[in-house]
Design a protein around this ligand. Structure first.
Ligand code: F6R
Length: 240
């Protein structure tokens, strides 16, 4: 595990974007695992800037980590809509190569199987992650066991209240999501986790300065052989 601390989230985003650039330029069919949320916005902004200057995504495949159950891709708070707005509509990725779990699927179990099959056919070269204040990655919430495959998860109280900032009110936040499992994440060749700000300092210290525990899912990344943790001064402040 390699930890890099930057002065600002935007400098960190530039560095993370350079890692994507390297994968795009070195692979014939690069597979990018992508995340949503506030943390990754400066990073996507920079990727869009690079795309304007010619960075080519035409041969890339993207696989998003998660989606809220019940929200169609055109629902403004869906993760699909977030990705369209922040990235996909600004780059030349082929629509058929974009994969986001279908939270609105009538048969969610079948949807999880379908998504695992897509992951199996497209081994992830670089997985981008954020981290929840409770230590979740994707929506693998703290638990005494973690699930390896794509599954439906009941969101924790902390996650619901933390994500309420993207909705009109907390009551509108979906209670469930579909998420990639821990195995798919850990199978990525390289993992890049970003976390910024004071509110992430405590969980960063626990996840990467302590033991590996299923009630801190991000701590599992300590077991991966090529993980880069990208922080700013604030999120790194409690790490020894
Ligand atoms: C989103 C995801 C989540 C977020 C995490 C941090 O696709 O998988 O694990 O990365 O909740 O969210 P922000 O960046 O909004 O603090």
């Amino acid at each position: 595990m390699n930890i890099r601390v930057f002065d600002t989230p935007s400098e960190a985003g530039v560095y993370a974007a350079s890692l994507i650039e390297r994968v795009l330029q070195s692979q014939e069919k690069p597979v990018l695992g992508l995340a949503t949320g506030g943390t990754v916005i400066p990073f996507y902004r920079w990727l869009v800037e690079m795309a304007k200057r010619g960075l080519d995504f035409s041969h890339a495949v993207t696989l998003n980590l998660d989606e809220y159950v019940g929200l169609a891709p055109d629902h403004p708070q869906s993760y699909h809509a977030f990705m369209d707005q922040q990235l996909f509509s600004h780059i030349n990725v082929a629509r058929e190569n974009i994969h986001v779990p279908r939270g609105f699927a009538p048969d969610l179990e079948a949807e999880c199987d379908r998504y695992d099959e897509i992951i199996r056919r497209n081994p992830i070269d670089l997985q981008v992650l954020g981290i929840g204040v409770n230590g979740h990655i994707g929506f693998n919430e703290p638990n005494h066991t973690l699930l390896s495959h794509t599954h439906v998860v009941n969101l924790s109280k902390e996650t619901i209240s933390s994500n309420a900032r993207f909705f009109e009110s907390e009551s509108e936040v979906p209670r469930q999501a579909i998420t990639m499992g821990v195995q798919a994440i850990l199978s990525a060749k390289q993992i890049v986790l970003m976390a910024f700000g004071d509110e992430k300092a405590e969980i960063i210290a626990k996840a990467f300065g302590g033991e590996v525990r299923t009630d801190i899912p991000a701590s599992m990344l300590q077991l991966h052989r090529d993980t880069i943790i990208i922080l700013d001064q604030r999120s790194a402040s409690k790490l020894e």
